[in-house]
Design a protein around this ligand. Structure first.
Ligand code: PEP
Ligand code: CO
Length: 411
């Protein structure tokens, strides 16, 4: 099958990330925990993109810092699991590992891995990417349409009104520039958006099949997405995932959880960024709101001392998951916000630029995470709990978080 992305695009993303490493940009990496075959349609892709564009406008406008937009999309189908098996009503079956591997239905046949799913993932990723390219390059992401990204059910809410106000200011700024005689029609930056794809490179059979030698440079690129990351459960130095991604030239991410030592972080940098090139490596910190403030500074110092210029971003989702009394796996908006704030404080202490956030979100009004402007309560979880893996911020919670993070960047 043809590659999904072009090596030159991955290089452009690396250049943008190199600027982030120098403190001249901010990363917004966001999307589903797990894409699925069942929830695959144009509206769902469009609404997720709308919210990411809104978040990015909120961040850019109030901080004056360019935002590098990277979706967890068009390939995010495989899930690492902490437990190999799942128990229900006295029955034990292999865990669901994402639509790339098996089916979520709880019966033995569904949970059997099926390699044909790799092909279906490829096809769905291609169709998703095609639509994203059409939306971001074909007029939908034009800044003059900034109002239209506000979703109907968000428009009348507090976050929606705040966004509307910001859109009005952007309109005014555009009219002002036109009045000054600047012809905005020629400014491609106002009419198109660079939107990149990423996913966890978990199933190496899929990644290997899409890895190609770039004819321009002779280097290998994993052309399943622009950026690939290694999860917290597969980041062992002597294991296959680190070894594989060390051999491709895409920008690479590694999740680092609370068990990461400064020595391990430095060793990962050595393996994945041997030439110490800014933009090559992003460390995605997911320690938990109560841990990051203490655990991160020694890691930041050790990596800095080793001479790597890393992009540091905060994943405030994966260290803050808990099981609610109703049985649902959830996260509280306040913990998510608090982890980002503590991450910023840790970076500030060491003099490192807090380079971005990595979020699990959707453009729909799901009730998977607690709190936020919506004030989702425990009893609301069952209303629209649709994720097949981790709980996602809904559209309002995502927009509210973007405004709050913008406040942190400004500060
Ligand atoms: C994820 O990003 O969905 C995930 C499983 O993350 P982590 O590897 O950080 O647990
Ligand atoms: Co997740």
């Amino acid at each position: 099958m043809p590659p999904l992305v072009f090596a030159g695009e991955a290089r452009t993303l690396r250049e943008s990330l190199a600027l982030v490493a120098e403190g001249k940009g901010f990363v917004l990496q966001a999307g589903d925990c797990a894409e699925t075959f069942a929830e695959f349609n144009a509206d769902q892709i469009r609404d997720k993109l709308k919210v990411i564009l809104q978040m990015s406008v909120a961040l850019t406008y109030s901080t004056g810092v360019p935002v590098v937009k990277i979706g967890r999309i068009a390939g995010q189908f495989a899930k690492p699991r902490s437990a190999d098996t799942e128990q229900r009503d006295g029955m034990s079956l292999p865990s669901f590992r994402g639509d790339m591997v098996n089916d979520i239905a709880f019966d033995a046949i569904s949970r059997n891995p099926d390699p044909q799913r790799l092909v279906q993932c490829y096809n769905q990723a291609a169709a998703t990417l095609n639509l994203l390219r059409a939306f971001t390059k074909g007029g939908f992401a034009d800044l003059s349409r900034v109002h239209q990204w506000n979703l109907e059910f968000v428009g009348s809410t507090r976050e929606g009104r705040r966004y509307e106000q910001l859109s009005n200011e952007i309109d005014r700024a555009l009219r002002f520039m036109e009045a000054c005689g600047i012809d905005l029609r020629d400014e491609a930056q106002l009419h198109q958006v660079d939107f990149y794809t990423s996913h966890e490179a978990l199933i190496l059979g899929y990644e290997e099949a899409l890895t190609r030698r770039d004819s321009l440079t002779g280097d290998y690129y994993d052309c399943s997405a622009h950026m690939l990351w290694i999860g917290d459960r597969t980041r062992q130095l002597d294991h296959a995932h680190v070894h594989f991604l060390a051999g491709v030239q895409n920008p690479i991410g590694v999740k680092i959880g609370p068990t990461t030592t400064p020595e391990e972080a430095v060793a990962l940098c050595g393996a994945l960024d041997p030439n110490k090139e800014p933009g090559r490596l992003t460390l995605i910190v997911r320690m938990g709101a109560s841990k990051v403030r203490d655990l991160l500074p020694p890691i930041l110092r050790a990596v800095q001392h080793a001479g790597h210029r890393i992009v540091w971003i905060s994943d405030p989702m994966h260290g803050n998951t808990f099981q609610h009394a109703t049985g649902y796996k959830t996260r509280h908006f306040d913990d998510v916000l608090s982890e980002v704030a503590e991450f910023f404080a840790a970076c500030h202490e060491v003099g490192v630029w807090p380079g971005g956030v990595h979020l699990e979100m959707t453009g729909e009004s799901v009730t998977e995470c607690l709190g936020g402007g919506d004030e989702v309560l425990g009893e609301n979880l069952e209303e629209r709990y649709e994720t097949t893996c981790d709980p996602r911020l809904n559209a309002r919670q995502s927009l509210e978080l973007a405004f709050r993070v913008a406040g942190l960047v400004r500060a």
